[in-house]
Design a protein around this ligand. Structure first.
Ligand code: BTN
Length: 245
């Protein structure tokens, strides 16, 4: 399989509403290379999953969106979550922070969220034409709302880290894991993902449509759903069907 590595084109913005919005606008209005990244020092209306907002103190964190042309079918789009989460996890690990991936793509350190990922795909027929991979990684922020279980690299390491240094590392790993995706190396992506999956193999509390129960995460199925053993039966869940308690 012939593949093209990411072309590292960086667009640095002082302020923007959302880097994902900016990337979407770029995709519509001009020709963009796979690998283009939009950064913002101050992202003022960051968007999170399920229509949540993503807040980030100006100048403290990495808020960026990568434009990527994956050439995959819609049914395989969940591998973008795997590749991106693995790239973030490995970046943190190299910096001395052990993180886990909470399915599908939250990155946690000791149960606290350090990074959120918002992937938005542009579809053509049965294929994903282009993807906007939005990454919000807490780097030097120390204060988070009282309600929020969040952390940052600085909180974990006790020292300031340059956001650019973190990005350089992350970009290299994005290149690596997204190439596994371009090669359709699903087996390896799933293997690595499972190795770092939060709460895998342990009995923990979850809630589904029938109420709270104790179950064991065993992996993900071929459609990207989470597989949980509940009362001895293996069940697969979509994002909206399961709550971690
Ligand atoms: C989540 O809810 O966990 C996903 C958060 C994703 C935030 C990032 S920050 C850069 C990019 N631009 C956005 O508006 N959102 C993503």
């Amino acid at each position: 399989m012939v593949y093209k590595r990411l072309e590292r084109i960086l667009i640095q913005l002082d302020a923007v509403d959302s880097t994902n919005n900016y990337a979407a606008h770029l995709l519509k209005s001009t020709k963009v290379s796979s690998g283009t990244v939009i950064f913002a020092k101050d992202q003022q209306h960051g968007r999170g999953q399920r229509s949540n907002v993503w807040t980030s103190q100006a100048g403290k964190n990495l808020t960026c969106s990568l434009i990527f042309f994956p050439s995959i079918q819609i049914k395989d789009a969940f591998y973008l979550n795997l590749a991106t989460s693995l790239a973030v996890r490995k970046t943190l690990s190299d910096l001395g922070v052990a993180a886990q991936i909470k399915w599908p793509n939250d990155i946690l350190v000791k149960g606290n969220k350090i990074c959120g990922i918002l992937i938005e795909n542009q579809i053509n027929g049965r294929s994903v034409n282009s993807s906007i991979i939005g990454i919000g990684l807490n780097v030097n922020q120390l204060e988070f709302g009282a309600q929020v279980r969040a952390t940052s690299l600085k909180k974990e390491l006790g020292r300031e880290i340059e956001v650019d240094v973190v990005f350089d590392q992350l970009y290299g790993y994005l290149d690596f894991y997204l190439n596994l995706l371009l090669e359709s190396n699903w087996k390896l992506l799933k293997k690595h993902y499972y190795e770092h999956l939060y709460q895998k193999g342990i009995l923990a509390k979850y809630e589904d449509v029938d109420g709270v129960f104790e179950g064991i995460i065993e992996g993900i199925d071929d459609t990207g759903r989470l597989q949980l053993r509940k009362n001895g039966v293996l069940k697969s869940y979509d994002l909206k069907e399961l709550i971690y308690c």
